[in-house]
Design a protein around this ligand. Structure first.
Ligand code: SF4
Length: 413
């Protein structure tokens, strides 16, 4: 169960590309449905990349034993082992623009030769030529927002692609040589049923891809779909459907040899997202672009969630060029985490994963006060069958993972 032997935890850079062609109904992320500000944004982003080049000069704060084989192959705190272009829709950028960003990153950060460099992409922005050119930019991992292989689901979610394009985008990506390929699927849709969800999974397994991220449809307060449902203009979402689909997902992923390594993530052995794993293992990361978060091992920082404010902070002639983009309206610039907050965060993040909470690590890194408290709080949860203990690890079973937040709350300080 607690096999870390293939699992490396690494420092990384996240880059938020805040543009989309249009807004999907369920989306609660920060993105603009227009490319009007793209050039100014890219200039500001390059400024931020250079300006924050020393951010990761800290000792790593890992959620695992420093002697663990998990850290083998890690190149130390300042080496960048993962770069992740998220959004928004990063595949709206031209390959020359992505290459330009990679050049600035490589000029100012020690990026490991074998770094995992991921780009999130939407099917409607992909073509064989684009994907071929993308390979040349250094992107070596692709995460495609398929969401469903069925048109009725895609329409409900107001996605821009159809089922045929969903399949084509995967085939083109494979042909272009993107073997490290992940897709996103959404379950619990009122337009679907168990049979259709099974069929979605069949198609994923037929492609034999190394990674799947599958999310339950959640109704974000600011999403268009949430309002449509309130106004009875769209089908309502039923939580039982999500539970049914999640059980199908866990069962079928296991049968097909995938490791369920985080609530929403499944992989072939060793093909986990190394970038996302650094969030769950508490290693430092630098977030660049509007709304991006950073963590230096002891404190968190937020960038403003507004492209114009972000660009102004970094580029306006009236201000010092290179002003911190974290200086934003109604946003805390920095939050220093108290030991109690660090404990809560560790519990929340690790409970979401296959590896669970390491009581030995808690005792060694945070002291007996925290490990004893955690063990005490866990006892009734273990008795209720909501939590399992294997040696010094507390973890959730597949089914319980969907309720990780509720369990974590009971373990919080
Ligand atoms: S493509 Fe992604 S980020 Fe953009 S609107 Fe749709 S869900 Fe949101």
């Amino acid at each position: 169960m607690q096999d870390f032997s293939y699992f490396c935890v690494m420092a990384g850079i996240y880059i938020h590309i805040p543009f989309c062609k249009s807004k999907c109904g369920y989306c609660g992320f920060y993105s603009l449905p227009s490319l009007k500000l793209k050039d100014r944004f890219l200039e500001a982003l390059k400024t931020e990349i250079v300006m924050r080049k020393d951010y990761l000069q800290h000792e790593p704060h890992c959620g695992i034993d420093p002697q663990s084989p998990a850290l083998e192959g890690s190149h130390g705190p300042t080496t960048i082992n993962t770069v992740y272009f998220g959004g928004g829709t990063p595949s709206l950028l031209g390959t020359d623009e992505i290459e330009g960003l990679m050049q600035v990153i490589k000029a100012h950060y020690p990026v490991a030769e074998n770094a995992e460099i991921t780009l999130e992409a939407n099917p409607d922005t992909l073509s064989p030529d684009y994907l071929q050119a993308l390979r040349e930019t250094g992107i070596n991992r692709l995460s495609i927002g398929i969401q469903s292989f069925f048109d009725n689901d895609l329409k409900y979610l107001s996605r821009r692609h159809d089922s045929a394009h969903a399949r084509l985008s995967i085939e083109w990506a494979l042909q272009a040589g993107f073997n490290n390929l992940s897709i996103d699927l959404i379950y619990g849709l009122p337009t679907s049923n168990a049979e259709q969800w099974n069929r979605n999974l069949d198609i994923f397994f037929e492609y034999d891809l190394p990674h799947l991220s599958a999310y339950a449809l959640t109704l974000e307060p600011n999403a268009i779909l949430t309002k449509q449902i309130e106004q009875r203009k769209a089908l309502p979402v039923n939580e039982d459907d999500a539970l049914r689909d999640y059980e199908i997902l866990c069962q079928r992923a296991k049968e097909n040899g995938y490791l369920h390594y985080e609530i929403s993530n499944f992989c072939r052995c060793g093909m986990h997202s190394k970038h996302n794993a650094s969030y769950w293992f508490g290693t430092p990361y630098l977030g660049l672009g509007p709304s991006a978060h950073s963590f230096d091992g002891a404190s968190r920082q937020w960038n403003v969630s507004n492209v114009e404010d972000y660009c102004d902070a970094l580029l306006s002639p009236g201000r010092n060029s290179g002003a911190s983009p974290t200086v934003g309206k109604a946003l805390k610039e920095k939050e220093l985490l108290s030991p109690e907050q660090q404990y809560d965060e560790y519990v929340m993040l690790r409970l979401r994963t296959h590896w669970g909470i390491d009581l030995k690590w808690l005792k060694r890194e945070m002291g007996e006060r925290f490990s004893n408290y955690c063990q005490q709080q866990a006892l009734p949860l273990i008795a209720q069958g909501r939590l399992t203990q294997t040696r010094e690890f507390l973890h959730l079973t597949d089914r319980q993972m969907l309720f990780a937040d509720g369990v974590a709350e009971e373990l919080f300080w």
